[in-house]
Design a protein around this ligand. Structure first.
Ligand code: 6R9
Length: 632
């Protein structure tokens, strides 16, 4: 099955060369190894101007037949999913491929019993419990489009996402455990649904055993429903380009956008990238620490590993509970061989006692991965030395919600690895750097805006309900190119180092937020006139959120007001978007045409006010001095 796994640098060169010279032949050979109800008529048709991108047109399939059914003969008794609870004293749960297949079929039957049909959008707002993984696959089984909303988002953020996709159903749980905290998830759903007309059914999974409010005719318990359904559920036949899922992510404008991925291309790219980047082997025990609420959880906790027939570990908790050794205790307990996490987690653990790492056996580890934001050299070396014992390669994987899978990364132990560098593009990926005018920068050793000049199977197809938005966001900045929003540098050997976002997106602990989105939330506070949000370097989070705010009235208690503004953001978006610093100012630095000069605010937030550059075009240059003096 994995005959396309690249094992040497020469094989990488060959695969890469072929993928550029003959992309259709290249991807057709890989796609041939999957299970199709009907094969494609045409491998690729594309046009970046519209954009209109179709992979494997005419093919019929169901991704869950590739994740589950096709493994039953050879891997029926192999573990598919291992679930480690938040509390280390609670027993873990494991499912073989046969058991997972049955659970998914049962859940799919529960969905059908409650009226779900092919093409319906279903919102999943669930903590990291096995039913979350099962629910996602159950949607795919019946051809419903899943829209997973991270269970840390607020009721208001969930409602926006439900309304945008017009979801007919919500799958959730009574509550959740996260470290020492418990959160009443169902109550958040109830609050969100006050604003959502489209939702007819809510299916609730029991996790914490709390009494919850059940709305007659709308809400049902999963454990009641599942009693009456069969363990077999034939998979719905899907077209290659039918929607598989929507996942909301932030861009530089206010409203999050629903990134749409389709069935066939996403599937092929998920497995291909998983097998090659991590150099997956049949006996591996693979652990991706991401939440399924983010793209990393979709592609590399769930779909990629299951497509490959791997054993995937899912963790309910956090790296610091009950102590800083939790990740390593879990690695030791299960003999994890491939470990994939985020720089923010590494930086959080780096600050702790090294004994937290050294007291566990990490001998089983073979490959380490990083994702979500640039990994600084200090964190890279700590990870490589203390976790990898200078033996396991670290793959720094660069990609995005919109790319579906990993785009630029070292293939573990196969292609060149360099600290803080993602490395070379995967076969099939054609990155280019352009200058501000969109001219290609051909030489190495330079920086530019990172774009793609050719489609890969996992590329975003549209933004849900608003195709023009997809065109404007990704395909209009530079003609004929997909623009990533990131700046990058290519070294002398062609290895890429990602510098970070060049648009108004900030990356907090690997989570993306548009500055406009946070500003909009802050402006909801009744005392606020306007606000400007910028990112600044933060030791653990990568970037922190710094807000400059102007007020309608002079408050008596500044700290109290700050707390209130933070509350407003928590209510509108969620705790993860909480501003770290709020500076009250009498005015924002604006140009004569009314544009906020963020460049100046960024400098102030970074603590570098020595050279603010040209401020002569400002309407009122005196506000700058005030802002400088009041910097936090
Ligand atoms: C997978 C994921 C995408 C943005 C992306 C970039 C940043 C992700 C990175 C990285 C440097 C890496 N990013 N991986 N930056 N090195 N290895 O994180 O998707 O949540 O959509 O974020 O994250 O800025 O544009 P998503």
């Amino acid at each position: 099955m994995t005959n396309y796994q690249i094992k040497t640098n020469e094989e990488y060169q060959q695969a890469y060369t072929r993928s550029v010279a003959d992309p259709e032949g290249f991807w057709a050979d890989i796609a041939d190894t999957f299970t199709w109800r009907k094969k494609w008529d045409k491998v690729l048709e594309w046009n970046f101007d519209e954009p209109d991108i179709k992979w494997f047109q005419g093919a019929k399939l169901n991704i869950t037949e590739n994740c589950l059914d096709r493994h039953l003969k050879t891997r029926g008794n192999k573990l598919a999913l291992v679930w480690e609870p938040n509390d280390p004293k609670e027993r873990y749960i494991r499912y073989t491929y046969r058991e997972l297949y049955e659970r998914v079929c049962q859940f799919a039957n529960v969905l059908k019993k409650n009226g779900a049909r092919k093409g319906d959008r279903i919102c999943i707002y669930m903590p990291m419990i096995p039913e979350l993984a099962i629910a996602v696959l159950a949607c795919a089984r019946i051809g419903a489009v899943h829209s997973v909303v991270f269970a840390g988002f607020s009721a208001s953020a969930m409602a926006d996402r439900i309304n945008d996709a017009q979801c007919s159903m919500v799958l959730t749980s009574d509550g959740l455990n996260r470290g020492a905290k418990q959160i009443p998830v169902k109550r958040v759903v109830d609050e969100a649904l006050e604003q959502c007309k489209s939702v007819q059914k809510v299916i609730v999974v029991e996790r914490v055993g709390w009494a919850v409010n059940m709305v007659e005719g709308r809400d049902v318990w999963f454990h009641d429903e599942v009693k009456e359904v069969s363990k077999e559920c034939p998979a719905e036949e899907m077209d290659a380009e039918d929607m598989l899922f929507i996942l909301y992510t932030s861009g530089s404008t206010g409203k999050p956008k629903g990134v749409v991925h389709t069935c066939a291309g996403y599937m092929v790219y998920a497995q291909y990238s998983f097998v090659n980047v991590f150099q997956y082997q049949e006996s591996d025990l693979y652990w991706c620490t991401a939440d399924i609420g983010w793209i990393t959880g979709h592609t590399y906790l769930l779909y990629g590993p299951l497509l490959a027939g791997a054993t995937s570990l899912m963790f309910e908790g956090v790296p610091t509970y009950p102590d800083n050794g939790r990740f390593w205790q879990v690695v030791d307990k299960f003999g994890v061989t491939i470990f994939y996490t985020a720089p923010t987690a590494i930086r959080a653990l780096m600050g702790g006692d090294i004994e937290d790492v050294l007291s566990y056996s990490l001998d089983s580890l073979r490959v380490l991965g990083s994702v979500g934001e640039p990994i600084n050299e200090e964190a890279w070396h700590w990870y490589h030395t203390h976790v990898g014992k200078n033996r396991s390669p670290v793959v720094d994987t660069w990609w995005q919600t919109e790319t579906g899978g990993i785009m630029v990364s070292t293939l573990a132990g196969v292609t060149p690895m360099k600290p803080s560098h993602a490395g070379l593009p995967l076969p099939g990926v054609q990155p280019i750097l352009v200058d501000g005018e969109g001219n290609e920068i051909k030489e190495n050793g330079v920086e530019g805006y990172l774009c793609m000049k050719f489609p890969w199977p996992g590329i975003i197809r549209t933004t849900y309900g608003d195709h023009e938005r997809a065109r404007l966001s990704y395909f209009s900045t530079y003609k004929g190119l997909y623009f990533t929003g990131d700046g990058a540098k290519r070294d002398e050997n062609g290895l890429y180092r990602i510098i970070g976002r060049v648009d108004d997106v900030i990356n907090v602990s690997g989570h993306r937020f548009g500055t406009a989105e946070i500003e909009e939330a802050i402006n909801h506070n009744e005392h606020v006139i306007e606000s400007a949000v910028v990112g600044y370097p933060h030791d653990v989070k990568g970037q922190g959120i710094y807000a400059f705010v102007t007020l309608k009235d002079k408050p008596e208690h500044i700290d109290w007001l700050r707390a209130e503004i933070v509350e407003t953001v928590v209510e509108k978006i969620g705790k993860i978007a909480r501003p770290d610093k709020i500076q009250i100012v009498s005015g924002l630095p604006k140009t004569r045409s009314g544009k906020i000069m963020r460049r100046i605010l960024r400098k102030v937030a970074e603590g570098d006010t020595s050279n603010l550059g040209d401020t002569s075009t400002l309407l009122d240059p005196t506000v700058v001095d005030e802002i400088k003096e009041g910097a936090l």
